[in-house]
Design a protein around this ligand. Sequence first.
Ligand code: NDP
Length: 792
Amino acid sequence: MNKIAQIFETLEYGPAPEAADQAIAWLDQHERRFGHFINGEWTEPGTTFTTDNPVTGEKLADLTEGTPADIDLAVNAARAAFGPWSALSGYERGKYLYAIARAIQKHSRLFSVLETLDNGKPIRESRDIDIPLVARHFYHHAGWAQHLQREFPDHVPYGICGQIIPWNFPLLMLAWKIAPALAAGNTVILKPAEFTSLTALLFAEICQRIGLPKGVVNIVTGQGETGQAIVAHPGVDKIAFTGSTEVGKAIRIATAGTGKGLSLELGGKSPYIVFEDADIDSAIEGIVDAIWFNQGQVCCAGSRLLVQESIEERFITKLKKRMATLRVGDPLDKSVDIGAMVASVQVERIRDLMARGAAEGAVVYEPDNMTLPGAGCFLKPALITNVSPANTLVAEEIFGPVLVAMSFRTPEEAVALANNTKYGLAATIWSENINLALDIAPKIKAGVVWVNGTNNFDAAVGFGGYKESGFGREGGREGMSAYLKPKWEKDLQPSSSSHGEPVEPRERAADPLDTPLDQTAKMYIGGKQARPDSGYSRPVLSPTGETIGEVGEGNRKDIRNAVEAARAALGWSTTSAHSRAQILYFLAENLDYRRDEFARRIKAQTGEDGTEEVALSVERLFAFAGWADKYDGAVHNPPLRAIAAAMVEPLGVLGIVAPPSRPLLGSIALLAPALAMGNTVVLVPSAQSPLSITDLYQVIETSDVPSGVVNIVTGDSATLAKTLAEHDGVDGLWFAGDAQTSAMVEKASAGNLKQTWTSRGLHYDLTDRRFEGDYFLAKATQVKNVWIPYGA
Ligand code: NDP
């Protein structure tokens, strides 16, 4: 043992091991073999696989491979439990969540040691971050359960939620999924990751002990196929997934057309931006938390360092010095910073990626004074320099202790580099200049932005991604709404629109109304009338089959032009909400001036008196003009020295394929909320009755709507919907029409994981005033949480 004087000399740490005996005893008590936890009971172990300690490689336990039959059992249990559980008062459900939180706190040491044994993360992190946050989630959601009726009136739970989680924060991801689902009144089937199921099984025991009704929580262990079986099961009403973008896309495709709810929390490649006026020492400590927290196995890890050129050299030198002091080793040692990677396959994967990056010219730095334990899944912290944006290590999510550094000159360049990724999960900004930091935050396309801090999480603050980092939020109000849906949705009937049926063409009408024979209504792209690329047009028929006009037959090229125009007009998103409201009011006013003409046009296309539809369209524009400056964010008070500003942002470019019926209102009801929230739109009007919308561009032109904010492409709805769904420049897509095309839209949207809303062949009565509210506003927006230091 060192003498005190010697310790002062070297300042070296002595060993500080956490005892594992309690956790080992728990495993032994179960004879290190586990079945599933279904309907409040343990099943007999079936075909098993092992879960190992990544430090020693020793087997910790045998776990059961979940089969489709097991999933059937779990779905039946969850279904039987759903009725009584969702019928409990929010207060009663809240008490169960509270009891879970208390029990987790009481057993926090056992949970943290077990987590560290199974996952390899430092005990410091499982003890001080993961498990306390788990308890916080259950406490927070106990409150939501109780206040549900007041805060989400006329909403109901989905039913059975299938929840699939990864191995990087095993119990924390479980809590993020189970707490809101239960608070909302759902029952769940959760599959932990194959490498890290143990704390989920201990959690199952907690559910048993606190007397949670049987079947409310079911835990089925297994590998990818078990996850697939949950996703595919027709009895599951919603899927919540956290994991890789690749599997997220596969799940998007698998659930397309099923009507299952879906939220995806996927990968990231988050920028960590350091400006020259940053407090450099703090920013360096921040990096340690950003990329070496949990060995870098963090979806929102600050894995791309962007440092201003003027301080680059000094910063990198300091960083290397700090890296050399990090302690890699036994994660059960309380003074270890970096523990073990979860499994050897991850170590291999990371080494392969680093070798690829090096072959492409990257320079790899690893502290040379550092010795790794002789065995186990350990990696040194690494810093990568000399990379271009195209280098594999810059583009790919590494999911390991590897930081990639690049420099920038100006704030604009920092933003461009930060956003140059298919991901959009999180970002960190370091600057002592509040003006600069809060100028950059809205420009970053990411669901979470930390200012002068990093990797902060809280149950009251939503977490989730933009772009290919997924959709849906976990935590806070947005996280709760991901487990609820409007009550009326279950009563929707299949659409039987009389205007949806094709009619046989007949001779041209005697009164051609406003469209002379030789005139084809143009499309409207980038503020200009546009002829269709194909040169073809399609007839518009009256209900009795007479041709009453023609419109362009839009194709892929027209959609591409329209998307390009809509992207160029994205400045609309930063126009003040007040201005957007004024423009929508102006649109309404100008439409109202021409109400008779629009009413006649509706009659010509549908045979029905259009007066009411025009009046409703004007009213709808008014309604969303009213919302433009009211549907906004909130400020959260997490238990940290910070506030989180939840900012409501538009999706970006939204494709809207309007329903066949209601030629004017069908488009306006969808267009108005999209515009109010700052999206630019490519609108495909009703294929049968497009003239009300081709007439509309004259109103748009006289209402100060900037060029490119609304683009109109006429043609076949399904064909144009497919092109929109496949287009990577489209951020969201709404399709109102038949079930088959809806399924196609959802499937094809997986390419860039655009957010979709489809009517799935159901009749959404858009005349109903329920659509004047937040239903479409929520779908037109995503919430960005900006964490800002605040208070003492
Ligand atoms: P996956 O996305 O493969 O796994 C996440 C969860 O989904 C696990 O429970 C997994 O089961 C399950 N799963 C796998 N395939 C399917 C499927 N087809 N249908 C339904 N469920 C499925 O992540 P990995 O664990 O394989 O890690 C691979 C990479 O993903 C990492 O290196 C990292 O880059 C990234 N990742 C990102 C995470 C994030 O939070 N964003 C978290 C974890 C990983 P099982 O574990 O048994 O395979």
